[in-house]
Design a protein around this ligand. Structure first.
Ligand code: DGY
Length: 324
C-alpha cells in the first residue's frame, strides 16, 4: 500500500491516474464539474494529503492551504496558467507549485491560428447563416473579411505559445512580425520577429495575438486607451487569459468601430454568460476556452501533473516547478 496520498480535484485522463497510482493512494472528486471551494476545504481537512493535483478552475488560497496542513508538499495544477494558486501563501508554507509547461504548446498554437482565421474570414457567421437558412444567392459584398497577406502581425507574449503561433503564421504572407514582451528574447530571430514596445505594437499591427500569462502587469493591458491607439481595421485575438483584456472596453471598441473584430478563446469571466454583450456581437468570435482540448495535450498534461506530484514527495525537483 502506498504511504503517500494525493487529492485530485477532478476526473482526469488515464495516463495521469496510472502515473499517480505508481506512488500514491488516490482520492479524487469524481465529477467533470468543478469541486465547490468549501467542499475542497472540507476534503483537505478530512485527511492529511501529501499532494494536491488541481485544475485552473480551483482557487487554491490560504483557506485551502490552512485546511491541508503542514505535510502538503505540492500543489500541481493541470494547466500552464497558475494564477488560480496563491503562490506567496504556498511559499510561506514550503509548498511547491508546479504547472504543465510545453505539452500543450502545439494544441494552443493551432487553436489560436484557427481562431485568427475564423475571425478574419467571418467563418462563424457563415456557418450560422447556413444553419439558419439565411444563405441566399451569391452576393458581391456579403461576409467579406480581411486577408492576412500583406498585413502586420503582432504577438503580445512571445513565450512558447506565442512563438508557436507566429511560427505557424509566418507562411500566411505577413510582411512583418512584431512582438512585445517583458523583455527581448533571443529565439525571435528564428522567425524574423522584431521587438517593439507595447505602444508601437498596438499602433502598428493589423492582427494582435495575446499569448501571455495573466499577471498584475498584464491585467487589462488592453483597455480603453489601448483600443483608441489601435487601427480601426485591427483584429485582436486572445488565447492567453481573459483578464488581459478589459471586456467592457472591448465591447465599446467593437461597437464603435475603434477596432474591427476580436476572437477570444479566453474571457473574463468564464464561462461568459449567454447574455453578455460580446456573445451577440457579429464581430466577436468566442470559443469556450478550448485551446488545449486535444487528447494528445490533455493526456500529456495529466501525466506531467502526476510526475510533478511524484517528484515532490520523492524530494526531487518537479519538471514543472514554478519559481516562487
Ligand atoms: C492552460 O494550460 O493554462 C490552458 O489555459 C488550459 O487549456
Amino acid at each position: 500500500m502506498p504511504d503517500k496520498v494525493v487529492y485530485v480535484t477532478r476526473r482526469i485522463p488515464k495516463p495521469g491516474l496510472d502515473k499517480l497510482a505508481e506512488r500514491f493512494e488516490i482520492d479524487f472528486w469524481d465529477d467533470d464539474e468543478v469541486i465547490p471551494h468549501n467542499v475542497l476545504i472540507d476534503k483537505m481537512k478530512s485527511r492529511r494529503y501529501d499532494a494536491l493535483l488541481c485544475m485552473l478552475t480551483d482557487r487554491i488560497d490560504k483557506d485551502v492551504l490552512d485546511a491541508a496542513g503542514p505535510q502538503l508538499r505540492i500543489v500541481a495544477t493541470m494547466s500552464v496558467g497558475y494564477e488560480n494558486i496563491d503562490t506567496a501563501e504556498c511559499a510561506k508554507r514550503n509548498v511547491m507549485v508546479a504547472n504543465t509547461p510545453g505539452v500543450s504548446t502545439d494544441s494552443v498554437a493551432e487553436l489560436t491560428v484557427t481562431l485568427l482565421l475564423m475571425t478574419a474570414r467571418r467563418t462563424a457567421e457563415g456557418v450560422e447563416a447556413v444553419k439558419a437558412g439565411t444563405w441566399g444567392e451569391w452576393k458581391p459584398m456579403w461576409l467579406c473579411g480581411t486577408e492576412l497577406t500583406g498585413r502586420i502581425l503582432g504577438v503580445y507574449g512571445l513565450g512558447r505559445i506565442g512563438f508557436g503561433v507566429a511560427n505557424r503564421l509566418r507562411n500566411f504572407g505577413f510582411t512583418k512580425i512584431y512582438y512585445c514582451d517583458i523583455q527581448e528574447v533571443s529565439y525571435a530571430k528564428e522567425i524574423d520577429a522584431q521587438f517593439i514596445d507595447f505602444d508601437g505594437l498596438v499602433r502598428t499591427c493589423d492582427f494582435i495575438c495575446v499569448c501571455c500569462n495573466l499577471t498584475p502587469q498584464t491585467r487589462h493591458m488592453f483597455n480603453r486607451d489601448t483600443f483608441k491607439k489601435m487601427k480601426n481595421t485591427a483584429i485582436l485575438i486572445n488565447s492567453g487569459r481573459g483578464g488581459v483584456i478589459d471586456h467592457d472596453a472591448l465591447v465599446e471598441a467593437l461597437r464603435s468601430g475603434e477596432i474591427q473584430a476580436a476572437g477570444l478563446d479566453v474571457t473574463e469571466p468564464e464561462p461568459l454568460p449567454k447574455n453578455h454583450p460580446l456573445v451577440s456581437m457579429y464581430n466577436c468570435v468566442i470559443l469556450p476556452h478550448m485551446g488545449s482540448n486535444t487528447w494528445d495535450s490533455r493526456n500529456a498534461m495529466a501525466a506531467i501533473a502526476a510526475r510533478n506530484c511524484i517528484a515532490a514527495v520523492n524530494n526531487q525537483t518537479p519538471e514543472g516547478l514554478v519559481k516562487a
